[in-house]
Design a protein around this ligand. Structure first.
Ligand code: NAD
Length: 493
């Protein structure tokens, strides 16, 4: 099965084959631009999750994937990158149809997955231990071993990109993988698994199970064969995953939510900043973990900057992601639309001012889909829910400050700590403030930007551990120390 042939009935992908769910259940998968079904996906249950774990464990032990020097894994991942590159267009179309983002954004996502595969393939044969000097006639060294079966649970906002961001290094390190994509957006992950088989990843090394998070996700994490969990999603579910992982004493990487501040200093280039702010909150219809959703602006520049960002918001062309002229697509589901609009309504009732957008697009044909107009809310206080909680939609809240230390205090006044942006021409002050901001990632004069080689992770309730970067492959291994007595009788303490 490939994205090119766009099947209308998808199966689970277990042991190198597309299978129906054990109880035969299926659910429609909707296009968020129209809310019409585009395909059906299997609804896996606990039985399917256990089956995938059993198959993965057996492949881990018997396929030779784990034992080799990494060269075979590198070649398979490079081949996978080339296959995806060849089919980038059809994967991008499938991602847009399933998730709603614009086709330009989907092409960017698929390109990012290709670069991730290439980068991680280059690391697969460079997983090295150390020799450690110890007293006496002894050799002490470490081995880096794969963990076994690793579980990966992904969200719906960058369906393929965020799944493969953790799956690729786990494969490079020699693990067998079971991936659970979000139920709303499973299609590209299922198609990608078939591509991995074509690239030479042995059957059973890469499995995909779709189904309700509570049942399938928790069965995977609590299965005795699960040796680590990588979760990307909300902080609430992340906390539940952490409890389950703690009971089993398995390592976890948690990439969770955010409420990221964008601090504009008085000397900033306002036109550049306005563009970056617009990109950082309206990109992907605001459904970004690191969306710059709290704009923190000097009193004196408030009106001027809000006017510039409002002009960008009002100028964005909403439309189905599949149309090349669309600049912002729908949010992923009708529930998500209600949630986003609910936040804005609540802020309005609390006396805040909605200076741009503020509701769903009501004109046909957009009224049939989940389109929210790019929204800016001013006159908010730091205690309001729209300022404290993750809206996960195109909604920017604007806070004002007098002195710079107040801006830093406002920026850090959140349970999250994923990302922060700074806009200033004073680089000395920028580097000083970058240290004061409680966030795992800071950008200076740049909207949210990342690369496969840059570590990606959050502080505080935004997560534990990191994805991407050179060391990521090591986080899917365990370290064993081996000590050898070289001259038994002579070895001293
Ligand atoms: P979510 O937490 O609702 O779901 C994420 C995944 O977890 C889905 O596959 C879901 O089916 C599964 N799940 C749900 N309950 C589960 C349970 N009890 N046990 C195991 N798995 C379970 O998140 P979402 O709505 O899909 O995605 C949006 C959230 O993801 C936002 O909070 C966003 O900030 C966050 N996110 C974080 C990053 C990051 O890198 N830090 C990136 C993207 C999204």
């Amino acid at each position: 099965m490939s994205a090119g042939s766009t099947p209308s009935e998808y199966g689970l992908f277990i042991g190198g084959a597309s299978l129906p769910a054990s109880r035969g259940e299926r659910a429609p998968v909707l296009d968020p631009a129209t809310n019409r079904p585009i395909a059906t996906a299997p609804v896996g249950r606990a039985d399917d999750a256990r089956h995938a774990m059993e198959v993965a464990e057996s492949a881990f032990r018997n396929s030779g994937w784990a034992e080799d020097d990494g060269g075979r894994r590198a070649r398979a991942l490079y081949r996978l990158a080339r296959l995806l590159e060849e089919r980038a267009e059809s994967f991008a179309v499938l991602e847009t149809t399933n998730m709603g983002k614009t086709i330009r954004e989907s092409k960017g996502d698929i390109g990012y997955v290709v670069r991730t595969l290439d980068y991680v393939a280059g690391l697969a044969d460079k997983i090295e231990g150390e020799t450690i000097p110890v007293p006496g006639a002894r050799l002490d060294y470490t081995l880096r071993e794969p963990l076994g079966v690793t579980v990966h649970i992904a969200p719906w906002n960058y369906p393929l990109l965020l799944a493969i961001r953790s799956v690729a290094p786990a494969l490079a390190a020699g693990n067998a993988v079971v991936l659970k994509p979000a139920s709303l957006t499973p299609l590209t992950a299922l198609s990608f698994a078939a591509l991995a088989k074509e690239a030479g990843v042995p059957d059973g090394i890469f499995n995909v199970v779709v189904g309700p998070g509570g049942e399938v996700g928790e069965t995977l994490v609590t299965d005795p064969r699960c040796r680590s969990v990588s979760f990307t999603g909300s902080s609430e579910v992340g906390q539940r995953i952490a409890e389950l992982a703690a009971r089993r004493v398995i390592p976890m990487t948690l990439e969770l939510g955010g409420k990221s501040p964008v601090v504009v200093l008085p000397d900033a280039d306002l036109d550049r900043a306005a563009k970056g702010i617009g990109f950082g909150i309206f990109g992907n219809a605001g459904q970004m973990c690191w969306a710059g959703s709290r704009l923190i602006v000097p009193d004196a520049l408030h009106d001027e900057l809000v006017a510039k960002v409002s002009k960008i918001a009002n100028g964005l062309k909403l439309g189905p992601g599949s149309e090349s002229t669309s600049e912002m697509g729908p949010v992923v589901s009708a529930d998500q639309l209600d949630r986003v609009v609910g936040f804005v309504e609540e802020a309005r009732s609390a006396g805040s001012t909605v200076v741009a957008g503020g509701d769903r697009a009501k004109e046909p044909p957009l009224d049939a889909g989940n389109f929210v107009r790019p929204t800016i809310v001013t006159g908010v206080s730091p205690e309001q829910r729209v300022v404290r909680e993750e809206v996960f939609g195109p909604v920017l809240s604007v806070l004002r400050y007098g002195q710079v230390d107040e801006a830093v205090r406002l920026a850090n006044d959140t349970r999250y700590g994923l990302f922060a942006a700074l806009w200033t021409r004073d680089l000395s002050q920028a580097h000083t403030l970058a240290r004061q901001l409680e966030a795992g990632m800071v950008s200076i004069n740049e909207p949210p930007t990342t690369f496969p080689q840059s570590p990606f992770g959050g502080y505080k309730e935004s997560g534990i551990g990191f994805e991407q970067g050179r060391r990521v492959v090591e986080s899917y291994t365990r370290r064993k120390n081996v000590i050898v007595n070289l001259g038994s009788a002579k070895a001293k303490k």
